[in-house]
Ligand binder design. Structure first.
Ligand code: CO
Length: 297
């Protein structure tokens, strides 16, 4: 049997009909693509001390002022803290819960800002969570993460200046001892880098940590060698929470205040978190600005 040849017009028509399904998926996707909805998620370690929440609130307010019209949400990265305050009737979301809720609300782009001091475990967990959410189908299209306070060499240099600017005017002869959290994570080295950056400007400001190096016991001999007789104790954490109240300023024999007293150094605790110091809070917000820029124009 002879195969009939179609006239040219029919052949072209057939070609057009066959090609249509190829064009359809693209058109369908374009039609369903949600409009961009941008949001910010701030992630603090969290605190179980109600009075310390003011520093986190201050950071949130400063963020809202810096990014008008962009919704700002909050999460606590510490499960221990979330569980502890849940027992007291206070509910705080984990970063994953907060991102899941933002996805459900239709956010398509989220800049997550770590309100941590160093790029340690909490920060790498946030990065992993953000990457997982970005990879999730029908989820948030883009999730970027802002650097913690003490990340790059430049960040550390700026932090040193901001911290010195915001320290209380201390009397001549008195030193300042900053209390960092400290960790067994390699990012603990950021404290040593900050110490060096501080000493460039002011040799009477020292750093010790609660759970990392240097510990207070390593710093006391340094203070003594420098002839320090009195020191202001200042938290190097976003909030003046449990560590500041108890480990730093507490009455127990093993608090920093007590140990310093035993070593012949009088101390004055300053219960103000870094989040309540606008110059320092401004640096976290600068890092957030970079994360927002990374979302694209
Ligand atoms: Co702790």
């Amino acid at each position: 049997m002879r195969i009939p040849t179609f006239p040219l017009v029919l052949r072209l028509l057939l070609l057009a009909v066959l090609a249509l399904p190829l064009a359809l998926p693209d058109m369908a996707q374009a039609g369903h693509k949600a409009p961009d909805k941008r949001g910010i998620l701030l992630v603090a370690f969290g605190t179980s001390v109600p009075e310390a929440v003011s520093a986190i609130d201050a950071l949130k307010q400063q963020t809202e002022a810096a990014f008008p019209g962009v919704p700002v949400r909050m999460a606590y990265s510490s499960k221990i803290i979330r569980d502890k305050i849940a027992g007291e009737g206070v509910t705080k979301k984990s970063p994953a819960q907060a991102l899941a809720d933002m996805a459900a609300e239709g956010f398509t782009e989220v800049a997550v800002q770590s309100l941590h001091a160093i790029p340690g475990r909490e920060y790498s967990d946030i990065k992993a969570t953000a990457e997982a959410f970005q990879a999730m189908p029908k989820g948030i299209r883009k999730v970027t993460v802002g650097r913690p306070l003490l990340y790059s060499h430049e960040d550390i240099a700026k932090a040193a200046e901001a911290i010195l600017l915001s320290l209380p005017k201390y009397k001549k002869g008195a030193a300042v001892l900053l209390m960092g959290h400290g960790t067994d994570h390699p990012a603990n080295a950021a404290y040593a880098a900050l110490q060096l950056a501080l000493w460039k400007h002011d040799q009477s400001v020292f750093i010790a940590t609660v759970e990392g190096t240097p510990g207070l016991d390593e710093i006391i001999p340094v203070l003594k060698r420098q002839g320090v007789r009195a020191a202001h104790l200042v938290p190097l954490m976003s909030v003046a929470g449990d560590h500041a109240l108890n480990d730093m300023a507490g009455k127990d024999d093993d608090s920093w205040a007590s140990k310093l007293k035993t070593a012949g150094i009088a101390s004055t605790p300053v219960l103000v978190g870094l989040g309540s110091r606008p110059a320092v809070a401004g640096l976290w917000i600068d890092h957030l600005r970079d994360a927002v820029k990374e979302l694209g124009e």
